[in-house]
Design a protein around this ligand. Structure first.
Ligand code: AGP
Length: 594
């Protein structure tokens, strides 16, 4: 999704913006651009393609500028559709994230007034609107302009005659970096960390004016407000690759720590979360993509541990479902907290009268403002587009939550809760043991790389884990894969099984074990190569062509361990194929359009 960087201060701005945009590359983009203000003039470079293709040497030396990486929504990826945009006079330049729903009518109106447009984007109208409203005060012009906009935006603007940056936020993330003799703006914290760890998270409706020595913020009523400065603990090293070839591999290896951090201080319950205030007779989990799969795993966890009936829905479908006369406690899962579909579902759930809980990894993300309660997953920054440690920590949080609910409703007895706590404490070590098997998984993955189709199968709580395994492989290796409940394959997909269709079978010694062995046997009879992932066991060994053994773990907790093995399968298969693992084609880290 698009990335924004704005800088005003003491350092050559070209390099600052370039570096900041690089730190936002994980969000995905198809074009990039930079505009700088120098000697009452705006100079600009922008281009379809990668940041390093921008000819920044054509820009003058300056200390005020804005930059953007664009992920196309209106208008194809192209030079003309890349940001920043200029107004007619060339004095005003803007970058924008989000979508302006009423841009067509604004464009027509401005065209009638003589404005000429050079792009197919919704964003360009903002520069022209500010021009129309400009009476010598950039902030005022921006304030009047956003009143006319419908939709979502983070807008950052500069003017050739002003030593300041103006910005506005509505439903699109924007963070101020508080520096010393310099101040910054960005869509996300990594872009600020080279300069400062002190940040102010802007809120919807906020307008801000930055100079090199001041930050003034007004809320939607026009009143000046103070937004608290928070010191982010993430160092630049946290946000960088830490010696691994890819962020994804680094993040897979960070899982023992991430699990540990997510459990820390919470085994006896969540501080600041008083669930007794809510009536929780049924639960609806809502999310997209990998978070949706965490929700599906969560259904098994919550029903098993707390006996509260649970249903799971994709955020993009929820809004259109029938409004029933029941108000399930609604949990929204989103690692980024910025996924448009999930935010829309959160709003809809509240409108329907449901009490809502958000589970997210990003401090002060938009989701946190839409829900009644929030739990943070504590995974640390996740840069790779493919979600790994955030999935694992979402599941860990769901165990903790289910235990809290079970104890609260007295559907979970204290001894059982102690057993669960012990198993949670073991998880970091169990995951480490899977990571120790990386070389074996790497070797097997080189065989998978030539496949055109791969099935992932599992039963019960490991059925959604199979779905997540397939999603990860599609996402980063570009191999078609499907996650299926093992018992379903014979109802159709069997027609696809040949010696060229590998099947990755999750086989855990739980209540489905015997049936699962039967399913694997049926597949073996169709000559598909079988990669068994499960506890060391002679039966599975007999049926499988290859095996990845997972350490002994309580079946209810097996998804965390199994999934790490599947993440490594996807990573090494994509690696073998030379894919762009951290930035898969056509994908964005947070999908801020519905
Ligand atoms: C996961 O690898 C994907 N990048 C994607 O499915 C993601 O999980 C989905 O877009 C939801 O994102 P969120 O958790 O930030 O809401």
């Amino acid at each position: 999704m698009c990335g924004i960087v704005g800088y005003i201060g003491k350092t050559a701005v070209r390099e600052v913006i370039l570096k900041g945009l690089e730190r936002l590359e994980y969000r995905g983009y198809d074009s990039a651009g930079i505009a700088v203000k120098d000697d009452d003039k705006i100079s600009l470079v922008k281009k379809k393609g990668r940041i390093e293709e921008l000819s920044v040497e054509d820009l003058p030396e300056s200390t005020i500028g804005i930059g953007h990486t664009r992920w196309a929504t209106h208008g194809k990826p192209s030079d003309k559709n890349a940001h920043p945009f200029l107004d007619c006079s060339g004095d005003i330049s803007i970058v924008h994230n989000g979508i302006i729903d009423n841009f067509v009518s604004i464009k027509e109106r401005l065209r009638d007034k003589g404005h000429e447009f050079n792009s197919d984007t919704d964003s360009e109208v903002i520069a022209h609107l500010i021009e129309e409203n400009y009476r010598g005060d950039l902030v005022e012009a921006l304030r009047s302009s956003v009143k006319e906009l419908e939709g979502s935006y983070a807008i950052v603007a500069i003017h050739s005659e002003k030593n300041e940056i103006a910005a506005a936020r509505n439903q699109s993330p924007l963070v101020v970096g508080v520096g010393d003799g310099e101040n910054l703006l960005a869509s996300d914290v990594p872009a600020l960390l080279d300069h400062t760890q002190d940040v102010k998270y802007l809120q919807d409706g906020d307008i801000v004016r930055l100079t090199s020595g001041s930050i003034d913020i007004w809320d939607r009523t026009g009143g000046e407000v103070e937004r608290i400065t928070k010191t982010v603990e993430w160092s630049i090293e946290d946000a960088e690759k830490g010696g691994y070839e890819h962020y994804m591999l680094k993040e897979i290896h960070e899982q023992p720590q991430a699990i540990h951090d997510s459990i820390l201080g919470r085994l006896k319950g969540f501080e600041d979360l008083d669930l007794k205030r809510y009536r929780i007779d049924s639960i609806r989990l809502i999310a997209c993509g990998t978070s949706f799969h965490a929700g599906l795993v969560g259904k098994y966890i919550i029903e098993e541990i707390s006996s509260i009936p649970c249903m799971v829905e994709m955020a993009s479908e929820y809004r259109y479902s029938s409004r029933l006369s029941e108000y399930p406690f609604t949990i929204l899962l989103s690692q980024s907290g910025e996924t448009a579909d999930t935010l829309a579902a959160a709003k809809e759930a509240s409108l329907r009268g449901c009490k809502t809980l958000g589970i997210t990894n990003v401090l002060d993300s938009s989701l946190t403002r839409e829900v009644d309660e929030v739990i943070y997953t504590q995974a640390g920054p996740e840069i790779g587009v493919a979600a790994t440690k955030t999935f694992t920590t979402q599941i860990v949080v769901l165990y903790l939550l289910a235990m809290e609910l079970g104890l609260m409703k007295k559907t979970l007895d204290v001894d059982k809760a102690d057993n669960y706590r012990n198993e949670l404490r073991r998880l970091p070590r169990l995951v480490e043991r899977i990571l120790d098997r990386s070389d074996q998984i790497k070797e097997l993955s080189s065989e998978l790389a030539s496949a055109k189709d791969i099935f992932f199968i599992g039963r019960n709580i490991n059925y959604p884990v199979a779905m997540e395994g397939a999603l990860k492989l599609k996402e980063i290796a570009y191999i078609h894969a499907a996650g299926y409940p093992a018992g379903e394959l014979k109802h159709g997909p069997f027609a696809l099984l040949t010696e060229e269709t590998p099947v990755i079978a999750i086989c855990i010694k739980d209540k489905t074990y015997q049936k699962m062995l039967g399913n694997i046997g049926e597949i073996a009879a169709r000559d598909s190569p079988i990669y068994g992932v499960g506890i060391e066991d002679k039966e599975i060994q007999k049926l499988s062509d290859h095996n990845i053994y997972i350490p002994e773990v309580m079946p209810l907790f097996s998804p965390v361990v199994v999934n790490v093995a599947l993440q490594l399968f996807s990573y090494y298969t994509a690696y073998e194929l030379g894919r762009e693992i951290d930035k898969p084609r056509n994908l964005a880290k947070s999908v801020t359009v519905e």
